[in-house]
Design a protein around this ligand. Sequence first.
Ligand SMILES: Nc1ncnc2c1ncn2[C@@H]1O[C@H](COP(=O)(O)OP(=O)(O)OP(=O)(O)O)[C@@H](O)[C@H]1O
Ligand SMILES: O=P(O)(O)OC[C@H]1O[C@H](OP(=O)(O)OP(=O)(O)O)[C@H](O)[C@@H]1O
Ligand SMILES: [Mg+2]
Length: 282
Amino acid sequence: MLRIAVPNKGSLSGPAATMLQEAGYRQRKDSRELVLIDTDNQVEFFFLRPRDIAVYVGSGKLDIGITGRDLLMDSGAEAEEIMPLGFAASTLRYATRPGGVRDVSQFDGLTVATSFVGVVVNHLAEHGVDASVVRLDGAVETAIQLGVADVIADVVETGTTLRNAGLEIIGEPVLSSEAVVARRRGADTTDPKVRQFLRRLKGVLVARRYVMMDYDIRAELVEKAVALTPGLESPTVSPLHDRGWVAVRSMVPTREAQRIMDDLDELGARAILTTTIHACRL
Ligand SMILES: Nc1ncnc2c1ncn2[C@@H]1O[C@H](COP(=O)(O)OP(=O)(O)OP(=O)(O)O)[C@@H](O)[C@H]1O
Ligand SMILES: O=P(O)(O)OC[C@H]1O[C@H](OP(=O)(O)OP(=O)(O)O)[C@H](O)[C@@H]1O
Ligand SMILES: [Mg+2]
């Protein structure tokens, strides 16, 4: 049985559960359930604190885990990222009061508050800066107002929390994060159970990023049309009963679908349809 760590709370837990459900796995009905066995798929899910997941995976007690890249790097555990999952995207940024220091190079002698002590200590060392680091669990933004720190390093998505706290971002991003699949460093990913799990998640990612596009086009324009919709490998072109026309079927990136439909329409394509992809294996 494959043993998988899944976030039990916070920004990662809802999207992770949705992705696993779309990949065909059973999900817990009650958020207090700690373990769930999906016998049909031969998988055991352990619902754990996002910050602890890298530790369990790094110790080898669990085969695979879903966590944030920032949490994985901060943990110092013997675990590594094997697949980005595209949700819970954020950046770790330094911030301070307007008019304060502008960049990490000016942090000598200052105090930095953060929940990501491992990442921040490494970042300061890389820049040869001698600053103190204070570990806080959350709501780090308030540390400056209360005089606990001069600078904070915190997770930023929209920037609203920082703005509301009267702080501004300074310097370059410390780290760009998103949800990832992690495994023990160097672990065997040729294991068929692990490969099947990764293939299922990849299928969900592709199904989310692409739509299926169908259209009819005059046979002499088909080369121009397929240049607009090259598909992942090669589009399917089928003859229509009316010999002057062909039907084309191709996967296109969801974000570009409307522009491609405009371009195809312009070219003379007709009956241009897009349909969502529910699941796939490529
Ligand atoms: N507002 C946000 N938008 C996107 N990702 C976020 C946000 N806040 C945290 N994350 C990401 O979610 C992951 C989990 O963070 P964390 O464990 O702190 O959960 P949380 O969502 O902050 O919940 P809580 O602090 O209530 O436990 C991290 O990888 C972090 O980068
Ligand atoms: O840039 P924004 O869109 O405002 O999002 C970023 C905020 O979201 C998270 O806070 P959370 O609500 O998890 O509280 P926490 O600080 O207690 O973790 C994070 O720690 C930031 O404070
Ligand atoms: Mg948080």
